[in-house]
Design a protein around this ligand. Structure first.
Ligand code: SF4
Length: 247
């Protein structure tokens, strides 16, 4: 029997993928594989548990054990909007380890919940290569013409609600993604400004973590800012001061 492993991130796209796989193949051989980075929003776990109950499939959790900040200290490298070792060490490696131990590539399909937008579809070839030797499928991208990001998100959120599963609160708080509690290092300046307003205590924690890493590593930062065509490091402390100055 083919094993169907959904890479369940806790995002609404992965919910949509899981639901479609369950409808198509049933849930007997369905796995919801989720990596815990240690700094997820608490409501991600509420959503993950509700999804698990709704589908009748337990969560299969994997965990490196370090948070992104601890990893950055270990690797002596601060993740940023261009390079994210946290994705590799806290998500990809633990998930691949589970796959190697439990999922025979000859009889397993891995499902990725990337959304049916042009931008997301363009990522498919790289994701397929990354997942080899496992076969990958993208259930949301099999549904006709690509949608805009807004259309896709609205459709998926409405679908979850109609099925009786309340979507993660971060979407309602105007985050585009439900990952790392709104403090994803890959997110740009706009999201960090948003986090400063919505979760000031999380911003303060990230600011302190970044400051520690700057002590250790020198002039590094999560964000960069371009001035007159030149890119400068922009520590979160400076972003906060700019924000406070503008109030
Ligand atoms: S969501 Fe962002 S911060 Fe979290 S592991 Fe992925 S890249 Fe790193």
């Amino acid at each position: 029997m083919t094993l169907h492993v959904v890479q369940f991130s806790g995002g609404i796209g992965s919910f949509g993928a899981a639901f479609r796989v369950a409808e198509r193949y049933g849930t007997d051989n369905l796995v919801l594989l989720i990596a815990d980075t240690g700094i997820e929003d608490e409501d991600l776990w509420r959503f993950a548990d509700e999804t698990s109950r709704f589908l009748g499939v337990p969560l299969t959790k994997v965990k490196d054990g370090r948070t992104p900040w601890e990893l950055f200290r270990d690797k002596r490298f601060l993740g940023n909007d261009r390079i994210t070792p946290c994705t590799k060490y806290l998500k990809q490696i633990p998930c691949r380890k589970w796959m190697r131990e439990h999922a025979d590539p000859a009889d397993t399909v891995a499902y990725i919940g990337i959304e049916n937008t042009k931008k997301d579809r363009a990522r498919i070839p790289a994701i397929v290569r990354n997942w080899e030797p496992w076969i990958t499928q993208f259930p949301l991208c099999e549904e006709g013409e690509p949608l805009t990001k807004e259309q896709s998100k609205a459709q998926l959120l409405n679908e979850a609600r109609a099925l009786g599963v309340e979507p993660p609160r971060l979407y309602g708080l105007e985050y585009a993604h439900n990952n790392c509690g709104g403090t994803c290092v890959r997110a740009g300046m706009q999201q960090w400004r948003h986090t400063l307003k919505v979760f000031p205590e999380r911003f303060a924690y990230a600011e302190a973590q970044e400051a520690e890493l700057r002590e250790m590593l020198g002039d590094v930062s999560i964000l960069r800012q371009r001035r007159k065509g030149v890119a400068y490091n922009l520590p979160l402390s400076e972003l906060r001061r700019e924000h406070e100055g503008a109030l």
